[in-house]
Design a binder for this molecule. Structure first.
Ligand code: NDP
Length: 467
């Protein structure tokens, strides 16, 4: 059998789908899984692609079946498992061979691994993959970080398996060390925000307006043909129209309303706060997931504070559509600002237009907005802000009043819309030249003699404060 172009370690959901995708694109692919029954099942289900797949019983056999310089894609659970797989591979590899971590790694781990492997003469790249199982099988969006020279030998494979936007591969080398994994992390942060915003709009229609899930699903389906066109709106339309085969109830009604928020969403926030950034829509989305897990407290709270006397006034569907558009733009804008800050902090020189371009297809946050975002970034963002780009002012200015109307109705009705209000709070703050932090500075000077800047110049001033 021909030597394999690449080896895949880990045949879980993503590893299996990527291995099939690589083989489907004509590359001989060696595969290995710690538990060999998984490998056997994988091969048994590979159909015609089995001839382009080389199953290996051991890591040694996997490495022996690879062309040189070797390339091994590690697709195992993020964290310690990646280190343990790398440790197992190193004695079998030669200098100049390449290890690719395609999982959702914390970018600090990627920086550490890249530096440690470079010292030993090995190449390492950290590669964020988005699109879930379906994307991995038929074309994900791929965000690569590491030395550009390390990516080059495997670029043709990665570009072949990536999603295509008008023939352009949604895969790119974005910068050194952890750049790819950081961009993937922020992608997921935006994904959290977008999902939460969609869920809030669903909540207003369902619990505020009393509509059925299937009717709301059809509305999302319609919206997907307009300004909200996106993968997440598309799947929301489908999810809301699905029925539970056991009970005949809407599927969404039989699902417990609790979610976790352990990985990339939380990391986005932690890193943002470390850099003095505050992507409020992402924060709200992570918070909403945390709060959701406190189910018994929420049940208790509802008993103590009944809200039967609160009623949400009528909200036009067109207002909700525009409100979601406005808040979604703000979530993207906050994500881009965070990427710009990280690029400065870590010296990555990220091309944000390129990031938006590789998000146009394949990934979970793909939407009709990404191409205009890429163009706006290429034209140069005024003050580095998407919300100030003329083409986005044209979109946001008419949509913000709808966001205000939707938010006002929701608040009057006691409906939780933390991400929508977070988006609006950010927008109103960033469009108010003189805010209220003068008072914060005065308070700080009052109790801590912290000093302040005066509008007529100079810093280190103190007030008398009538004491
Ligand atoms: P799965 O849980 O489906 O598979 C995990 C794989 O890791 C299995 O092959 C498992 O082997 C292997 N593994 C776990 N621990 C070890 C270890 N210590 N040594 C060797 N192998 C190990 O995970 P996914 O495929 O979903 O995820 C893989 C990576 O991709 C993760 O980083 C995830 O965050 C990321 N990702 C996942 C997405 C998704 O939609 N699922 C989307 C994008 C990224 P075994 O069968 O022997 O247990």
């Amino acid at each position: 059998m021909a030597q394999a172009r690449i080896g895949v370690v880990g045949l879980g959901t993503m590893g299996a789908a990527l291995a099939l995708n690589i083989a489907d694109n004509g590359f001989q692919t060696a595969v290995y899984n710690r538990n060999s029954t998984v490998t056997a099942d994988f091969m048994a289900n590979a159909g015609d692609l089995a001839e382009r797949l080389t199953p290996a019983e051991t890591v040694d056999a996997l490495v022996s079946s690879l062309e040189r310089p070797r390339a091994v894609l590690v697709m195992v659970t993020a964290g310690a498992a990646v280190d343990s797989v790398i440790e197992g591979l190193l004695p079998l590899l030669d200098e100049g061979d390449l290890i690719i971590d395609g999982g959702n790694a914390d970018f600090h781990d990627t920086r550490r691994r890249e530096a440690a492997l470079a010292e030993k003469g090995f190449n390492f790249i950290g590669m964020g993959v988005s699109g879930g199982e379906e994307g991995a099988r038929h074309g994900p969006s791929i965000m690569v970080g590491g030395p550009a020279a390390s990516y080059e030998p495997i670029r043709d494979v990665i570009e072949a398996i990536a999603a295509k936007y008008k023939d352009a591969p949604c895969a790119a080398h974005l910068g050194p060390d952890g750049a790819g994994h950081f961009v993937k992390t922020v992608h997921n942060g935006i994904e959290y925000a977008d999902m939460q915003l969609i869920a809030e709009v669903y909540g207003l229609l369902r619990h505020g307006d009393g509509r059925s899930p299937s009717a709301i699903g059809r509305l999302f389906e319609d919206w997907n043909g307009g300004v909200l066109q996106s993968y997440l709106v598309e799947i929301t339309g489908k999810v809301l129209q699905a029925t539970d085969p056991d009970t005949g109830a809407p599927m969404v009604d039989v699902i417990l309303d609790k979610a976790g928020q352990k990985g990339t969403g939380r990391w986005t926030l932690i890193e943002a706060l470390k850099m003095g950034q505050s992507p409020s829509t992402i924060e709200a989305a992570v918070a909403a997931r945390s709060w959701s897990s406190a189910k018994s407290i929420r049940e208790h709270g509802e008993r103590v504070y009944p809200s039967d006397d609160l009623h949400m006034g009528p909200v036009l569907d067109s207002d909700l559509e525009e409100a979601l558009l406005a808040a979604r733009i703000i979530a993207y804008a906050q994500g881009l600002s965070l990427l710009a800050a990280a690029s400065d902090e870590y010296g990555w020189d990220l091309d944000l237009a390129q990031v938006a371009e590789i998000w146009r297809a394949g990934c979970i946050i793909r939407s009709a907005l990404l191409d205009p975002i890429a163009k706006a970034v290429r034209d140069g963002l005024p003050d580095g802000q998407l919300i100030l780009a003329p083409s986005f002012v044209d979109r946001l200015a008419p949509a913000i009043p709808a966001l205000r109307r939707a938010a006002a109705a929701a608040i009057a009705g006691g409906r939780a819309i933390p991400a929508m209000t977070a988006a609006l709070g950010y927008f109103d703050t960033m469009t108010t030249a003189r805010g209220t932090t003068d008072l914060i500075q005065a308070q700080r000077d009052f109790f801590g003699a912290h000093g302040f800047e005066r509008i007529d110049g100079g810093s280190g001033h103190h007030g008398l404060w009538g004491r």
